[in-house]
Design a protein around this ligand. Structure first.
Ligand SMILES: [Zn+2]
Length: 455
């Protein structure tokens, strides 16, 4: 078992509100934190570290947690954001046909590695990912060394035939059965693997894509296997209309009626919320994966000022395409402030808390990760502060300074489960330049196959 000492630096442990330790030390023994705190509280010489990471001039904090991502989105960079037409045109015209039809099985490994490297290198140590064929993503998260909570996404309708105005959505019972079977197999093959670094959940795609029977069966499978649930809900224009027409209720109310909303569930996007929906989310304890920077690109945004006020547990998710969570924290603070005029509703420390402890709580791992405390798993990031955009540093205000001024590119070192996976901005576990080159070559072939979507 190797011992690592993160020596010096400004520690932001996220265990107490607004706490910053100016000259901190983190000692890692195996995959756990042995100590995190002031230098005077620890005998560094007696620890006998195998590796010492000098952290002077850097911020040291728990790794960020991205609670919603589709790793296969690597092949969609810059393709969906500026597509004009009907609502969410980029999603329906480009993302869905490319991801569902034109990406082949052999394209998964390089693409998933690239998207996961983006997150790892920008400070995210835990991801919650899902898509159909997610078993093809598993070797990538295993090899990269990121903490991963994975699931097969259960679709019952052909997403390539949908858009905001399609209300006729024939559900395929055979697809439901296959989705449940694939979920069961992913759990059997991967749950708890890599010393517990990889776990699985159950992911019905959402009430716009899954039948009543499918949602109930998904929840039953989650119960049987003792797993959490991820579900897209109130996500895109057209979903509320479809669910109202089909079931006579709004999406959040429909999921509540089926018993899906509870502390075991992450509701993804949750954009189109009524006041009653927000009260329901707060009452049930369902967690929200707020995809601030992502949904804003599509021209809409959830009523976060009301969601924060209701006391819901909000976390950050990126969906795909852009996965630097520092952008999501920024947008998640700024847009509701600008809309409401309330500059106090969410501050830098609380945005970081959502990215760490909030995310950990949503996946039931808050006893294991999310803060720097003795006994927790060692998921830790270092952020360079010797930059013109972060200096001068005042310790008490460091969380705000970081959230408003730093970006993911300032992350220098990343430790996951006690293993150094990024050192001085270089990935240590895979050959990153070779992966990027292969992803580029594969993307060009995918886009050639998908020629029609660019017309
Ligand atoms: Zn999604």
């Amino acid at each position: 078992m190797s011992k690592i000492l993160v020596d010096g630096g400004y520690l932001i442990p996220m265990d107490k509100p607004y706490a910053v330790i100016s000259d901190g030390v983190v000692a890692i023994d195996g995959n756990r934190i042995a100590y995190a705190g002031t230098r005077s509280g620890f005998n560094t010489a007696a620890f006998r570290a195998d590796t010492t990471i000098p952290a002077k001039g850097r911020a040291v904090l728990p790794g960020l947690i991205n609670t919603h991502i589709h790793l296969i989105g690597a092949y969609l960079k810059g393709l969906t954001e500026d597509v004009s037409g009907q609502l969410s045109a980029g999603l329906w015209k480009r993302a869905v046909p490319i991801a569902f039809t034109h990406v082949h099985d052999e394209d998964w490994y390089a693409g998933c590695l690239t998207h996961a490297m983006e997150m790892l290198c920008t400070g995210t140590t835990t991801i919650v990912s899902q898509f159909v064929k997610e078993h093809l993503a598993m070797p990538a998260v295993r090899d990269l060394g990121i903490r991963a909570v994975m699931s097969q996404e259960i679709f019952e309708v052909d997403a390539t035939k949908l858009n905001a105005s399609v209300m006729d959505r024939p559900m395929r019972k055979d697809w439901l059965e296959k989705g449940l079977e694939d979920s069961r197999r992913l759990h059997a093959d991967w749950h708890g693997k890599e010393n517990g670094r990889i776990t699985t959940r159950i992911s019905p795609a959402g009430p716009g894509f899954t039948s009543r029977d499918g949602l109930v069966a998904s929840a039953a499978l989650a119960d049987e296997l003792g797993l959490g649930i991820n579900v897209h809900v109130a996500e895109v224009p057209g979903e509320t209309e479809f669910v109202m027409k089909q079931h006579g209720k709004r999406p959040i109310q429909f999921l509540d009626e089926l018993g899906l909303l509870s502390e075991r569930t992450i509701g993804i996007h949750t954009v189109f919320l009524s006041d009653e929906d927000i009260a329901t989310v707060a009452r049930t304890g369902m967690h929200i994966s707020h995809t601030s920077y992502h949904v804003a690109k599509r021209g809409y945004f959830p009523p976060m000022e009301k969601v924060y006020a209701a006391g819901c547990n909000v976390t950050w998710g990126s969906d795909w395409c852009s996965n630097d969570l520092w952008k999501f924290m920024n947008m998640g603070i700024l847009f509701p402030r600008a809309r409401s005029g309330d500059a106090k509703m969410l501050d830098g420390w609380r945005a970081l808390h959502m990215a760490t402890m909030g995310g950990a709580r949503s996946i039931g791992m808050d006893k294991e990760i999310g803060s720097l405390e003795g006994g927790k798993k060692a998921d830790i990031i270092l952020v360079d502060l010797d930059t013109p955009w972060c200096r001068p540093v005042r310790a008490e205000n460091l969380p705000s300074n970081l959230v408003y001024n730093a970006t993911g590119s300032d992350v220098t070192d990343v430790i996951v489960d006690g293993r150094i996976v990024v050192r001085e901005k270089k990935v240590t576990t895979v050959d990153a330049p070779a992966v990027l080159k292969e992803t580029q070559e594969r993307a060009e072939r995918i886009w050639a196959r998908a020629d029609a979507v660019f017309a």
